[in-house]
Each structure stands twice: as C-alpha cells, then as structure tokens.
Design a protein around this ligand. Structure first.
Ligand code: PBG
Length: 331
C-alpha cells in the first residue's frame, strides 16, 4: 500500500460530516452480534438486582418468560443461561448438574417453548452446583481433570436433552471439548453446537458474576490451575487449536476488553467464528463510572461493543445486550 502525503492527502476530509463518516465506517455493531447472559433462581415472584451489577437482575422461573420477552422482541439471537442453584442443593460433586429437572433444564424447556426462535447457550461447568465454587471436582487441594470431564459430559448430555442449542464449556478442563462432542454424537445430538471458552483467563474481572451466582463467598482458593495466566498469548492460540481439533464450532475469549489482542490473534490465525465475553467486572466498571456521572454510559457501552467487532469478533456476550439493541433500534 502506498499513500500520498500531506497536504495532498488530508485524512480529516473523510471525517468532516456524518454521511462521509458513515460511508467509510469499517465496522458496525448489529443486534445480530449480541448474546444476553441471564441469571435465574428457584422460588416465585423473585426479582433481585445483583448489587455489583446495577441493572442486572436474578429472576425466579415464573418471571423468566416476562424477563426474556423484550430480548425476543428486539431480535437478540441468543441467551446465555446461568442458574443460581439454591445453596442447600450444592455439594462437593456438583450432583445437581446431572439432574434432568434442575433449574437449568427447567429454564431451557420453558424458554424453548415460549421463544422457539431464540438460541439457548448452556454454560457447562460445575461452579453453579459445587459447594466449593470450583468448575471441576476437588480431590484434596487439586481440581482433577479427567474425573471432572466425565461429570461435564453428563452435564452436557443433560442440557442437550433439555433443548439447549449451544453448549458452552467454561470450565477449562483439558480434553473436555472432544469428550463432550463424542458423547453428543453417540446420543443423537450431532446438531448441538459447541462454543468453547477456549481462552479463558484467571481474571479479577469475574468478581461480580460470582456475586450473582452466589459462588464467590465460598470459593476455596483461586482458579489459576485451570484458567489461563493473563501473561500468556501464544498459549491462547494453542488452546484454541486444541478445541478446534476436538470439535469446537465456535471459540470464545474471556474476559473481553483487556484481551482484545488475543481476539485479534485468534481471528487472524484461525478465521473461525470468534466470540468474546464482556464479563461482569467490565460491565460493573462502566456502570459504576456512569452512575457517578464520570462517563456517558450509552456512549461507553456502544464504543466498548464496537471495539469487539473491530478486534475481530463475530459476537459478544454482554450484560448490555438489551440496552445496546435498544440503542441500535433507535438509530
Ligand atoms: C464459571 C464462569 C464464570 C463466568 C462465566 N462462567 C466465572 C468464573 O470462572 O469464576 C464469568 C462471567 C462474568 O464474569 O461475567 N464457569
């Protein structure tokens, strides 16, 4: 590429008015890019705001249909489902994850029948079901890999039976994508897709989510033996390569904004459907600053989401999904 130079070439010419800026815009956010993570609980007539995530609510199942209706109306393509398991049903082995009548499965059946056109993404990991808050099984001080994978496979089949369209393993155990793919295929679920949390970092930005799930308080230790070290970038490419080889249909990088460089590398190297999770802490930061009057919430929200598109994402899991879709509709 060769370009002219100033004063013949003046980059500001293309920025001088709205119509030119629109014509030359390289990236665009659309409602089709948005995935809305939702939290739900047992009980009736419950709607509680997550203190560290202003505007994000946990609703009981009887309120779920009404909660999701605006997303359906706005044309949001998919929801990411996160059950808040009652504390007295959590145990060391995450037993509830395999129960066909657990909160997740009941929510999936309810949403499938109420909104057949919305895609359902099921989180696969044990942390909503374990009393130690880890994503896998704890043996002594160790999160064991292969035994955890066996439980994750059972959890995956259970969710597929309940009508989940896309399984999203967020647990970071080795080999789980291949094991889940094989089990799905062997049990008549060849169409169920896998969106792998391929490069998921051991991050401080998940704090508010753990509040939402109620798993933060009793998390023993940290997740550094299975989630990635924020220092690493090449390793993310190896993780993505492995998950693709094992059968992932889509890959995810998480968290989002502090890891845009990883998204870009994954996109360029693999050119496969690539997603990012704008996690709870990222949401909380924008909301906290906005609620203090320090930044313009809507502009910061839209700019942060556009940044994911520019970095190379096909779509974004974001707690802003509803508000962003409303903004897009109003344009
Ligand atoms: C765990 C899981 C986490 C998130 C999604 N799935 C947290 C963790 O790894 O502790 C975080 C999402 C967010 O922070 O918004 N299976």
């Amino acid at each position: 590429m060769s370009f002219g130079s100033y004063p013949t070439t003046r980059p500001r010419r293309n920025r001088q008015d709205g119509f030119t800026r629109r014509l030359v815009a390289e990236h665009r956010l659309s409602t089709d890019d948005l995935i809305w993570p939702i939290f739900f609980t047992e009980g009736t007539a419950q709607e509680t705001e997550v203190a560290s995530m202003p505007g994000v609510r946990r609703v009981s199942l009887d309120r779920l249909e009404a909660h999701v209706a605006p997303a359906a109306k706005l044309g949001i393509p998919a929801l990411a489902l996160f059950p808040v398991t009652p504390v007295d049903q959590r145990d060391a082995e995450g037993t509830q994850s395999g129960n066909p009548d657990n909160l997740m499965c009941r929510a999936a059946r309810l949403l499938k029948s109420a909104f057949p056109d919305i895609g359902l993404i099921g989180d696969v990991a044990l942390d909503p079901y374990t009393d130690h808050g880890h994503d896998g099984l704890l043996r002594g001080d160790v999160i064991v890999n292969d035994e955890s994978v066996a439980v994750l496979v059972r959890q995956s089949l259970n969710q597929a039976e309940a009508g989940i369209d896309i399984l999203a393993p967020s647990d970071m155990m080795d080999g789980r994508i291949g094991a889940i793919r094989q089990a799905l295929d062997a049990h008549g679920h060849a169409d169920v897709r896998l969106m792998s949390y391929a490069a998921k970092y051991a991050s401080a930005f998940y704090g508010p989510f753990r509040d939402a799930l109620g798993s933060g308080g009793f998390l023993k230790g940290d997740k550094k033996t299975y989630q990635m070290d924020p220092a690493n970038s090449d390793e993310a490419l190896r993780e993505v390569a492995l998950d693709l080889a094992e059968g992932a249909d889509m890959v995810m990088v998480k968290p989002g904004m502090p890891y845009l460089d990883i998204i870009r590398r994954v996109r360029e190297r693999f050119a496969v459907p690539t997603f990012a999770y704008q996690v709870s802490g990222e949401y909380a930061m924008i909301m906290a600053a906005a609620n203090n009057g320090w930044i313009d919430r809507d502009r910061a929200m839209m700019e942060s989401l556009l940044a994911f598109k520019r970095a190379g994402c096909d779509g974004i899991l974001t707690y802003f999904a509803l508000d962003a879709a409303r903004q897009l509709q109003a344009r």
